[in-house]
Design a protein around this ligand. Structure first.
Ligand code: M6R
Length: 604
């Protein structure tokens, strides 16, 4: 994913920018660039691939006193990863770097092109710098031109812009994409899209809020809100401890990653949702030609995402879909036919069982695809096609945001297939795209619910076991909820289809058996309710999760009313993640590094 850094000061600017970008490398990128304004002139360096290529391009550049610089790592969304598409983007006398997406860029580009602007790249970002220069012709000041530019942008962005007529200044804005301003005792001003880029270089920072914009020089930082009112600058200390600073005030990485799901889902959807269709830049539609079956293969949490996909693919795309646990697939002499697309799902892209399964499928002549969070991982390099999930680095061993992004990609893929196979009406695709757009707000943690879960957790620290139950896609979600709980609390937990309990497991029901029941309003509500009532009648302790009241439960977590079961799925996912985490914290466990587990399982 994209990263931004900025610097105003007299220190070696190239090193500061590239070091800052290096701290953001973990987010993944495919090109990078820096622009430096020094002694009245700009120097620009861009390179495709890793930062070492950028360093090589810029190796002759020497800083000389005071300078202003901006830098960027780009993860291609509009246009291929080329030098021309890499940021910073140039106007006549200005440069811009941008994270996010400018949704109305085509309309702005048409207007600016008609007025003579020369576009060099295929990116949405380039409109910002041309729009700025367009307003600069008539505005009272460069800052006024910047303000007018922002007023015309639709979408999500974090922006830094420099202009040759104000060589000591960086204009900045944040709207839906993170941006931080930092300062130090040497009077340097720095910018970063994450504080990882600023640790060790700043002692104080301001985390900008949506709608904030302004300008900075070494003498002054002026900050305005969305209503154009000047905002009082409130710096907060930035820890120089990388680990604790990276947790950004959260107790554990897992907690931070749960809270981050809103942002990473926005990143994952970015550029992929059109008004009436789904667009995967990385997928050539010919991949699906001649395919009559999809076989999904994965381990652990990624396997649960695959199970969710099996419901969505068959429902939306009417394509036979099977799901394999990778460690079983490898040794069961599977019968494979060449009309099957073999799709592996993996956060790391390195899990040994999944990787070997992918190799087996390739060897058998199947077309292959990976849904993965790590670019250039072994699976991404091996598969015929890949879709990246853009969750950013996941440090907690218990996977959270990676799962959320996997399911969102698989949901989009089911719609993409529904469209190409003509199995979903256009109106339904459009409706679901609107639902997808709301995912970032759907998974935003409600502080009251988090507090309720924290309090509730003390009642679930003992007992002889947990059953997580649900139907349809809520069954794999129940499996995932149970996996989360056992991984970090070390309590015994199982996921079960609600309707299956009466075929055996209900024999365990007593007050010491805790049932976590997923009761969505929009998917099989009555059926699931009856199953929970059967358990309640046998005195199992029930914790129900539903937007509707349920009087047979001992505890009830009320979720928000949603328009569709998939939104209920994502909201309940967050509830289950927080519940497991709060139980594990009460038990005094190391939530981020649970005993016996590794983040990436590269052994069989
Ligand atoms: O990197 P992968 O997605 O291939 O990893 C698969 C599993 O090892 C992983 O999901 C594991 O189950 C997690 N610890 C779950 O929280």
């Amino acid at each position: 994913m994209c990263g931004i850094v900025g610097y105003i000061g007299a220190k070696p600017v190239k090193k500061i920018l590239i070091d800052g970008l290096r701290e953001l490398e973990y987010r993944g990128y495919d090109s990078a660039g820096i622009a430096v304004l020094q002694q009245g002139g700009f120097s620009l360096f861009k390179a495709v691939g890793k930062l070492i290529n950028l360093e090589e391009k810029a190796k002759e550049f020497e800083s000389n006193g005071f300078s202003v610089g901006i830098g960027h790592t780009r993860w291609a969304t509009h246009g291929k990863p080329t030098e021309l598409n890499a940021h910073p983007h140039l106007g006549q006398n200005s440069y811009v770097v941008h994270n996010g997406i400018i949704e109305n860029y085509q309309e702005l580009k048409a207007m600016l092109t008609a007025q003579g602007a020369q576009f060099l790249s295929q990116t949405d970002t380039e409109v910002i710098v041309h729009l700025f220069e367009h307003h600069l012709k008539t505005a009272a000041s460069a800052f006024e031109a910047f303000r007018q530019t922002l007023a015309r942008l639709e979408g999500a962005y974090a922006v830094l812009l420099v202009n040759g007529s104000v060589p000591d200044t960086i204009f900045f804005a944040k709207h839906g994409s993170p941006m931080i301003i930092g300062r130090n005792t040497d009077n340097d001003v720095l910018f970063g899209s994450s504080d990882a880029a600023l640790i060790g270089k700043c002692n104080e920072v301001i985390y900008l809020e949506d709608g904030h914009y302004g300008y900075a020089s070494s003498d002054e930082v002026a900050l305005f809100d969305a209503q154009d009112r000047e905002v009082v600058l409130r710096y907060v200390p930035l820890s120089d401890n990388k680990l604790s600073a990276q947790k950004e005030g959260y107790r554990f990485f897992m907690e931070k990653e749960i809270y981050e799901q809103s942002t990473v889902l926005a990143d994952t959807l970015m550029g992929r949702l059109r008004d009436r269709s789904i667009y995967f830049e990385e997928i050539d539609p010919s991949l699906f030609e001649g395919i009559n079956e999809i076989k999904l293969c994965a381990c652990g949490t990624s396997y649960h995402a695959a199970l969710v996909a099996s419901y969505l693919f068959e429902r939306h795309a009417h394509i036979r879909t099977s799901v394999e646990i990778a460690s079983e697939f490898r040794y069961r002499d599977p019968f494979l036919t060449s009309d099957t697309l073999f799709v592996v799902i993996s956060q790391s892209g390195e899990t040994a069982d999944t990787l070997e399964s992918l190799k087996m499928a390739k060897k058998s002549g199947l077309k292959t695809m990976v849904i993965c969070n790590v670019d250039n991982s072994s699976m991404v390099r091996l598969a015929d096609a890949s879709i990246l999930t853009r969750a950013g680095i996941e440090k907690g061993v218990a996977s959270t945001k990676a799962f959320a992004t996997q399911v969102s990609v698989l949901w989009m893929l089911s719609l993409y297939l529904g469209e190409t196979r003509k199995t979903l009406p256009a109106t339904e695709i459009e409706r679901q795209i609107q639902l997808l757009r709301t995912l970032p707000s759907t998974v935003a943690v409600d502080p009251a619910t988090h507090e309720q879960l924290r309090r509730l957790s003390k009642r679930y620290l003992h007992g002889h076991g947990f059953f997580f139950i649900g139907r349809d896609v809520f069954y794999p979600l129940a499996l995932e909820g149970a996996l989360k709980l056992k991984e970090i609390s070390y309590l015994h937990a199982e996921g079960y289809p609600s309707g299956e309990m009466k075929h055996g497991p209900i024999a365990l029901a007593d007050p010491e058996l805790f049932t976590i029941a997923l009761l969505p309003q929009h998917k099989l509500y009555d059926k699931t309710k009856s199953n929970i009532e059967e358990l309640s009648a046998r005195d199992s302790t029930i914790c129900s999760i539903s937007p509707l009241d349920f009087d047979k439960a001992d505890d009830h977590i009320r979720t928000r009313a949603q328009d569709d079961y998939m939104l209920e799925f994502f909201e309940m996912m967050v509830v289950l993640q927080l519940l497991s985490m709060e139980i594990a914290i009460r038990l005094g466990n190391d939530v981020d590094m649970p005993r016996n587990l590794a983040k990436s399982v590269t052994v069989e």
